[in-house]
Design a protein around this ligand. Structure first.
Ligand SMILES: [Zn+2]
Length: 263
């Protein structure tokens, strides 16, 4: 018989508690992709959100005040990525540090989101994911990207994709996955990354920030996969197929069913 520790029991109670109606209202209003989900997906996401909020702490920087709105929106966006996976992919997320707006950083550490390539200059960053460490996110950018679909940009997806990639201890664009998926993944992602880097795609699609290195490629591909899924399926079908196989989600189908374009 397995013994449930007090912490596990408290976590189970937190996950079993009803999902607050005001959180649902908030997500319905502020998260475009929440509105794409069907009832089963929404139920599952609500459980992941409650578990994540039990497990993870938020820190508030530069005068940004603690708020449930921020916690719930960031958590829902983060957990959408692992809707078909397991929460273990976020074991390495120590905390989420929220800034009111973009911050600056000198040079490059970890995976900062600068507009250019490696530099020693002071650069603006919207977010950062640190290996075995916290995630930094600029709230204004996060709120904007959550509200609108089909932009191809979402700082929350981007930073949490880095964490999924880092779940095996390295930021190399190859997240932990079954051996059977790996060969096809490596073949497609290498080809797509090199074409983006060399500018040889006849149909440019992904943001060129994905050409910085394979880790950025995976983070940028994740943003497009969840935010412009029909476009990715149309323009980069092989990439869509391996991303869909890894995440075990079909956001293009979701967009066809419920996306704003269908209205
Ligand atoms: Zn990045």
């Amino acid at each position: 018989m397995r013994i449930e520790t007090p912490r596990k029991r408290r976590r189970r109670y937190a996950v079993e508690a009803p999902f607050p109606e005001q959180w649902r209202t908030l997500l319905e209003a502020d998260m475009a992709h929440w509105r794409w989900l069907d009832d089963d997906e929404r139920d599952h996401l609500e459980c992941l959100i409650k578990g994540f909020l039990f497990d993870k702490g938020f820190e508030w920087i530069d005068g940004l005040e603690e708020s449930n709105e921020i916690k719930v929106l960031v958590t829902a966006s983060a957990c959408l990525l692992i809707l078909g996976l397991e929460q273990a992919y976020y074991r390495d997320v120590t905390s989420i540090i929220m800034y009111p707006t973009q911050t600056t950083q000198k040079g490059r550490r970890g995976a900062p989101e600068a507009a250019g390539l490696a530099t020693d200059a002071i650069v603006p960053i919207l977010g950062e994911a640190m290996l075995h460490g916290p995630i930094l996110i600029a709230w204004d950018s996060a709120k904007r990207s959550a509200a609108h679909s089909n932009t191809g940009h979402n700082v929350i997806y981007h930073e949490f994709a880095h964490k999924i990639d880092m779940a095996d201890g390295s930021a190399d664009g190859l997240p932990p996955m079954a051996k059977a998926q790996k060969d096809r993944w490596e073949e497609v992602c290498r080809r797509e990354y090199e074409a983006l880097r060399d500018g040889t795609n006849d149909e440019p699609f992904l943001s060129t920030y994905g050409a910085v290195n394979p880790a950025e490629f995976f983070a940028v591909a994740t943003e497009f996969f969840f935010d412009r899924p029909i476009d990715m399926e149309t323009h980069r079908s092989d990439l869509y197929e391996v991303m869909s196989g890894f995440y075990r989600q079909d956001p293009a189908e979701r967009e066809r069913r419920n996306g704003d374009r269908g209205r």
